[in-house]
Design a protein around this ligand. Sequence first.
Ligand code: NAD
Length: 256
Amino acid sequence: MKIAVITGASSGIGCVAAEKLLTLGYRVVAVDRNEERLVAAKNVLAERYPGRIASWRTDVADEKSVAELAGFVKREFRTCHALINCAGVFRGGLLHESQPEDFDIQMDVNVKGIYHTMKYLIPLMMGNETAAVVNLASLSGINGDYNAPLYCASKSAVIGLTKAAALDYAGDGIRINVVSPSATATPMFLNGSSEAVIDAFQEAIPDHRIGLPAQVADAIAFLVSDESIHITGHNLSVDGGLAAWNGQPKQDKEKQ
Ligand SMILES: NC(=O)c1ccc[n+]([C@@H]2O[C@H](COP(=O)([O-])OP(=O)(O)OC[C@H]3O[C@@H](n4cnc5c(N)ncnc54)[C@H](O)[C@@H]3O)[C@@H](O)[C@H]2O)c1
């Protein structure tokens, strides 16, 4: 049975991705910093998929904590076939009003967290015929977002880290890709956004839909599966077409 490690698995995209991989027959190690929520999510999934889900409290920003996670995976399963990095934090605000802590936490969780999990789990993937890493970046890592320079910087770094690492491990059969969602209906987006902001996203996204975590999980599942066996170093946007827009205003034919 294939082993998948999923960070940020107690909430949002990570939680839905954990269930998606369980439906595909994986044994899942659910990882999160929030122990209470993690245990609750694991218990729900354990009822539906008995014997196929384990959890391990980890702070991905902390190298020692990730090394302990890798030790657990090695002891229990000896190997790892899929690593899905969904742990992330968002701090908005103007650059000149931000604090160095806002910069540090986003770089530590969003970028260093992925560096840590790849550093400690890629060695457990080596020797498998195929293995895959999927890192969560964001549309905010492709171009700039108003009011979120530090988050954008962290997500651009995730894309760079993914592409470069993909080159180095392609020869080992380890594919490393990145998924970049736009607004997705999870606590991260919904809790921090007024109705007006949600409406504005819906207006701007070409298909006029806020993404669902299950739609992002489907993209993750594709990139983990052998159906994407020749795809590595790719950034897959899950965004209703928003990344295709260059930001120039829509021409309203009737007003011309
Ligand atoms: N929701 C969106 O609109 C959206 C859009 C683009 C990108 N993303 C990205 O998708 C990923 C998943 O986001 P989500 O929307 O599901 O958010 P979420 O807030 O619902 O889930 C994030 C999870 O990460 C965990 N986490 C945070 N810091 C951690 C740490 N140091 N160690 C371990 N776990 C930690 C949290 O406890 C939480 O369970 C994130 O990387 C986010 O930046 C989300």
